[in-house]
Structure formats: C-alpha cells, structure tokens
Design a binder for this molecule. Structure first.
Ligand SMILES: [Mg+2]
Length: 265
C-alpha cells in the first residue's frame, strides 16, 4: 500500500484522534495535510447519541478545529437514513433513549415503543435509560413475531472515567441470549458507512484509508468495504491483539502523529 496515494480518510474519533477533551498530538497536522493535498476527511463513529451538529460544536470548543456536520457519519445517522429509505410509513418499534425516539419521529418516521399494534421492524439503539421492562418487551416482541431486527452499533462497552459501561452491543447480546435473534448492525463494521463517504467525496476504494483503534469495528469495517486499514495503538487494541485477531489491519502505528510522518515523508 502506498499511503501517499490516499485521499479519502475515514477516522474513528475516540482512542484514534482524541480522548475526551484531549486532542492527540498530530491530529491537527494530519487534518491540515489532508486539506492541503485536496483530500477529504470524514469521522465515522458508532456513537449514536450525538448528531453532526453536536460534533461540530465539540470539535470547535474542545479542540479548536473547524468542521462541517456532513463530515460526521454516525451509526445513529446511518440508522435514520436506512429507516427513511426502507420503513417510511411503516411502524418501527424502537428500544432507545427518549431523545433518540423523538429524533426519529421528527423525521416523519412512525416510531413506537409499544408492542401493539404489531410493528414492521425492531430497532435497538444505545440506551442509557434502559429498564428490565423495556428489554423484556423487546425480547417478547422478537419471539412472538418474525420481525427484521436492526441495531445501531455492536460495540460492547464504552470507556468512561473509571472503567467501562455497557454499549449497544452488550444490550443486544442480552436480547440475543434470551431470544436467539441476532440484529443487523448499521454502524461499523457495516461497510455502508465507507460506501456513503466515497459517494459524498468522489474518491474510490484504492484512495480510501480507514483509521481506528478497535479491531472488530473500525478495522473490520475497512476490511468489509475492501479498503486499506490503519490501526493506531492509542485506544483499545494493543500489539498483542494483532497476532490473534480475525481482523488484521494493513498498517499499524503507535500514534496519529506517526501515521502523518509515514504519509508525508
Ligand atoms: Mg475508538
């Protein structure tokens, strides 16, 4: 792979370019480099709780970086887009936060958290308001009817101060253990995120690089999309994980700064 031929860069955010309010050294310079060569940067993230506008604000206020909402492709956005294309005017059962349900309704989608009347599909999103009653309802619904089952993202855990808390994948694992139903995930590693960015930017697969810190989402996404992948060791994966993973990256660097050095030499 020739890194200097890459024009479309698809970045994971947390653990890859930044952590919390801290922008990693080299991120700003790499984004400037991509602008200079006429390339495109997109931020593909499995966080379904924030939209493009929230991210533009976070990048400006926390990092002093100017971006546009279109540069942020989230699993929540991919779900919304998919539902608008496929389930417009259909009944969509959603297990998620109140704000996610109202965000989907505001697009004109017929969203419900009731089992009856029978919905046309089941959607599970990251849900910080989860209750035993909500999960039980979803499980019963999936067993009573054979409904298409979708979820935003397969991440098992999110890093917070002091450790990890359950993410959408862990919530879905509980549902799968109970019902034997496995969701289709719209976020990474679903390659549609990559395809969408290629369509928006006009760059092709050979010009695309997916950059991330997690093997089973970020790197798997690039592999499924048939593009080159770069693992950075500033987040979840360690060098020891690489020998055992089923998702081997094409290149590995310690930091985003090391990636820039390798491209711009
Ligand atoms: Mg990450």
């Amino acid at each position: 792979m020739n890194l200097s031929e890459k024009r479309l860069f698809l970045f994971d955010i947390d653990g890859t370019l930044a952590l919390g309010d801290k922008l990693f050294e080299g991120t700003r310079e790499l984004l400037e480099y991509i602008n200079r060569i006429g390339g495109s940067s997109f931020f593909i993230t499995n966080n379904s709780t924030k939209g493009g506008a929230d991210y533009v604000k976070r990048f400006r206020e926390s990092f002093g970086l100017e971006t546009t909402p279109e540069q942020f492709v989230t699993s929540g956005f991919m779900m919304k887009k998919f539902l608008l294309e496929t389930y417009k005017d259909k009944r969509i059962y959603v297990q998620g936060t109140k704000s996610y349900l109202s965000e989907l309704s505001s697009e004109g989608l017929l969203v419900t958290d009731e089992i009856l009347p029978k919905p046309d599909c089941v959607v599970v999103a990251y849900d910080s308001e989860i209750t035993y009653e909500k999960v039980s309802k979803t499980c019963l619904l999936l067993q009573q009817y054979s409904l298409p089952f979708y979820a935003t993202n397969p991440d098992l855990r999110c890093p917070v101060d002091g450790g990890f808390i359950p993410d959408c994948g862990a919530i879905c694992d509980m549902i799968t253990s109970t019902t034997d139903k496995v969701p289709i995930y719209l976020g990474k590693p679903n390659p549609d995120m990559v395809t969408l960015c290629q369509k928006l930017s006009g760059f092709d697969a050979s010009q695309t690089l997916v950059v991330g810190d997690r093997l089973y989402t970020d790197i798997a996404c690039g592999l499924q999309a048939g593009v080159d992948t770069c693992l950075l060791l500033t987040g979840e994966a360690s060098r020891a994980d690489i020998s055992t993973t089923e998702f081997p990256p094409d290149v590995i660097f310690d930091t985003v700064g090391d990636l820039l050095q390798a491209i711009d030499k």
